[in-house]
Design a binder for this molecule. Structure first.
Ligand SMILES: *[C@@H]1O[C@H](CO)[C@@H](O)[C@H](O)[C@H]1NC(C)=O
Ligand SMILES: *[C@@H]1O[C@H](CO)[C@@H](O)[C@H](O)[C@H]1NC(C)=O
Ligand SMILES: *[C@@H]1O[C@H](CO)[C@@H](O)[C@H](O)[C@H]1NC(C)=O
Ligand SMILES: *[C@@H]1O[C@H](CO)[C@@H](O)[C@H](O)[C@H]1NC(C)=O
Ligand SMILES: [Zn+2]
Length: 489
């Protein structure tokens, strides 16, 4: 970055000014620990709360009156179609929201996984989910926020009660499905409202509904109307509590989900036992996308028996997965993948538990896609965007929080139009404010010294130049390209 300073003929005065401009970038350290902002008072640090209502399908907000979702939409932004990631299951998608990468990259490729090299299983329903190694192929945003010297708070979001890359969120509640939505909201608001040195800057909040009811009743059930209206009331409760705490106007609030839900039919069942013996393979994860790990030497046999077995089931070798799924390059993805067509269920036989609603299918199906509304000082008002990918939410959040995003599969450019025209936070190329503030005294002293030297040099130079007028032309020519270069920083 500083390469051009060494350029031949660089005018020493301009070099000095360039250094002055670049200094704040050079002194910013990486790898602050979680100790926070060291007590400096920091005005108006950007705040962001990311809320997920599990299984809230994009079109639910039009099914019954949802005045609170519409308040957020009118006061902020909505995205009509959010393409989430394959597989459209809970853990993979929640981890994508906070990492910006596809499942094959973050490694949480399913709710139930098997690692053949370690002979270990992962299940979101067992203590195996606390095992750090499953989560460490990516770095979630709360870890990055804390490494930038700021604080995060998490209520029940998948992975937030797991130690990832050595840290937990600054504040978190261990997962407990019995804790009410209202308590979760009160808890996270308390963490956001603490004294500045203790308050969290980034929060994540998770609620299990309407996913549970969607599975049990099926999304077509009229009883779902009530469930959806109930979620809207919960959004209303959240808005109210934020107002009561004086946070509503400061808070950047994103309300979204991991996936949608589709209706299943009891006649649409694919029974694998009809096609291949259970002795030949291990079954990993659940319908509608099932990972098949054939026993040693049985891959061809199992594949051939399943291929063309049922017209409602796609059978892929891992290498043949459609590229648009980005679901291939990870050893946790099984050698054979079965994918049911929408509305179909894959089972070994019919004796298992049958649900009336499910998700996990192709992520380009509208029924699999989540809602997205957001409001707050960073967002535009009353703006509807037709399309985005859920991987773009991560760079958007990094921008709002002024933290440097890690390499990811999204792009801020894709979602720039969701942001208020006047940027309320610094651009992402500038390091987090907390870092600048912690180093402000050192930088300040150094800058003063440099400026004094700079002015002395201007003075000496002007005296010299007056005696050598031809040099003055040269200086003008030289400054043009350098000034332009400065603008690109
Ligand atoms: C893998 O683990 C299971 C128990 O979880 C055990 O029965 C089996 O023998 C192990 N296989 C290998 C190859 O170590
Ligand atoms: C889960 O939360 C409920 C309700 O707050 C509480 O009664 C219960 O003790 C909690 N369970 C655990 C394991 O903490
Ligand atoms: C279905 O599978 C279960 C084991 O999961 C077995 O106990 C049962 O007998 C099977 N039913 C039929 C009809 O094959
Ligand atoms: C997604 O991003 C990661 C991290 O930059 C990268 O390694 C991976 O190749 C990307 N995947 C795709 C499909 O571009
Ligand atoms: Zn879910």
């Amino acid at each position: 970055m500083l390469g051009f300073l060494k350029r031949e003929g660089c005018d020493s005065l301009i070099c000095l000014w360039a250094m002055l401009l670049l200094l704040p970038l050079q002194v910013s350290p990486h790898g602050h620990d979680q100790s926070g902002t060291r007590g400096h008072s920091i005005p108006d640090r950007p705040k962001l709360l990311l809320v997920s209502f599990d299984g809230f399908r994009c079109d639910y907000i039009y099914r019954v009156p949802t005045p609170n979702f519409h308040i957020l939409k009118d006061e902020g932004v909505m995205v009509d179609q959010v393409e989430n990631i394959y597989i459209t299951k809970t853990f993979p998608n929640h981890y994508t929201l906070v990492t910006g990468v596809y499942a094959e990259t973050h490694g949480i490729v399913a709710n139930e996984m098997f690692d053949s090299s370690l002979n270990q299983s992962f299940s979101m329903e067992t203590d195996s989910r606390f095992d750090s190694h499953w989560w460490e192929e990516a770095v979630p945003l709360w870890v990055t926020v804390q490494k930038a010297g700021r604080r995060s708070g998490a209520v029940m979001w998948p992975g937030t009660d797991v130690k990832i890359h050595g840290v937990y969120p600054s504040k978190y509640l261990p997962y407990n499905s019995s804790v009410s939505f209202e308590s979760r909201v009160e808890q996270i608001i308390e963490w956001f409202s603490g004294p500045e040195e203790e308050a969290v800057d980034f929060g994540v909040l998770y609620w299990e509904e309407p996913d549970e009811s969607g599975h049990r009743l099926g999304p077509q059930s009229s009883q779902m109307d009530e469930v959806i209206a109930g979620i809207d009331e919960k959004v209303g409760f959240l808005i109210n509590e934020l107002k009561k705490a004086g946070l509503y106007e400061k808070m950047n609030l994103i309300v979204t989900s991991d996936h949608g839900m589709t209706q299943l039919f009891a006649d649409n069942i694919i029974e694998l036992d009809e096609y291949v013996s259970r002795d030949l393979y291990m079954w990993v994860d659940k319908s509608p996308v099932v990972g098949i790990l054939p026993k040693e030497g049985k891959l061809e046999e199992v594949y051939n028996k399943l291929l063309d077995a049922n017209p409602n089931m796609m059978v892929y070798r891992k290498e043949e997965m459609p590229p648009r799924y980005h679901y291939q390059h990870n050893s946790r993805i099984m050698p054979i993948i079965l994918e049911a067509k929408e509305g179909w269920t894959i089972m070994q036989n019919r004796t298992g538990h049958f649900m009336l609603g499910n998700h996990g299918y192709d992520n380009t199906l509208r029924s699999m896609q989540p809602v997205f509304v957001a409001r707050g000082p960073a967002f535009r008002q009353n703006h509807v965007k037709p399309f985005m990918r859920s991987v773009d939410i991560y760079p958007l959040m990094c921008h709002i929080l002024s933290v440097r995003p890690l390499p990811n599969n999204g792009s801020l450019l894709n979602v720039q139009d969701l942001l208020a025209p006047e940027p309320v936070t610094s651009t992402p190329s500038v390091p987090p404010r907390a870092e600048e503030y912690s180093y402000a005294p050192v930088v300040g002293c150094f800058l003063s010294v440099v400026m004094v030297i700079g002015f002395l040099m201007v003075f000496i130079r002007e005296v010299t130049l007056r005696q050598l007028p031809s040099l003055q032309h040269r200086r003008r020519e030289m400054s043009q390209p350098l000034l332009q270069e400065d603008l690109h920083l």
